[in-house]
Design a binder for this molecule. Structure first.
Ligand SMILES: [Zn+2]
Length: 188
């Protein structure tokens, strides 16, 4: 069994979080981001990111504001985050990690879906993957789907492939899939 001594792959975004709409618990997806130049001459630029909820389309804005401090001749930057409206957070535990190439994974999903597949013609956002296999978590509306991609790059004739497990919500995915996976994987 893949135990505690399995190292995380380099570059795993363990501290990253996904954000959820507080009104409906839908996933927030970044639509636009821009930088705002610093004014004090030592800070990095601030970043402004616009998000919208994939379910209810509520809009949110996140400001990531650098706060630079000069100490002993060195400048260190601490980032402060401020939301236009409070959000909830989704944190993953091993072996689940956030995807860093969502658009490529979504493109592969659409290539694999045959005409009768349950996810055909549904917008799906790739959120996370298991670091030790080809299972990928997609969100469509409020529902969550774990898809075992085949990576054959073409439609599967059998609508049972790529195989799918459906969950009514991200919370249900966490309770019924991520937490048992985590216990089996041996995370803290
Ligand atoms: Zn929402």
């Amino acid at each position: 069994m893949a135990g505690r001594d399995s190292p995380e792959p380099a570059g795993a975004t363990l501290n990253f979080v996904a954000y959820l709409c507080r009104a409906c618990r839908g996933l927030l997806v970044a639509r636009d981001s821009r930088t705002v130049a610093d004014s004090d001459g030592i800070s990095a630029d601030a970043t402004v990111i616009d998000y919208s909820c994939v379910h209810c389309a509520a809009r949110y804005t996140l400001w990531r504001i650098p706060h630079a401090q000069r100490r002993d001749g060195r400048v260190t930057t601490e980032w402060r985050e401020r939301w236009s409206t409070p959000v909830d957070e989704l944190r993953l535990r091993s072996p689940w990690v956030f995807v860093t190439n969502a658009s490529a994974v979504e493109a592969e999903l659409y290539r694999e879906l045959g005409p009768a597949h349950i996810l055909r013609n549904r917008p799906a956002h790739a959120v996370a993957r298991r670091c030790d296999c080809d299972d990928v978590l997609f969100v469509s509306g409020l529902e969550a789907f774990v898809v075992h991609l085949t990576w054959r790059g073409k439609p599967e004739a059998d609508p049972r492939w790529p195989s799918v497990e459906g969950y009514a919500s991200l919370d249900e995915f966490v309770r019924l899939r991520m937490e048992p996976d985590c216990a089996e994987y041996g995370d803290e």
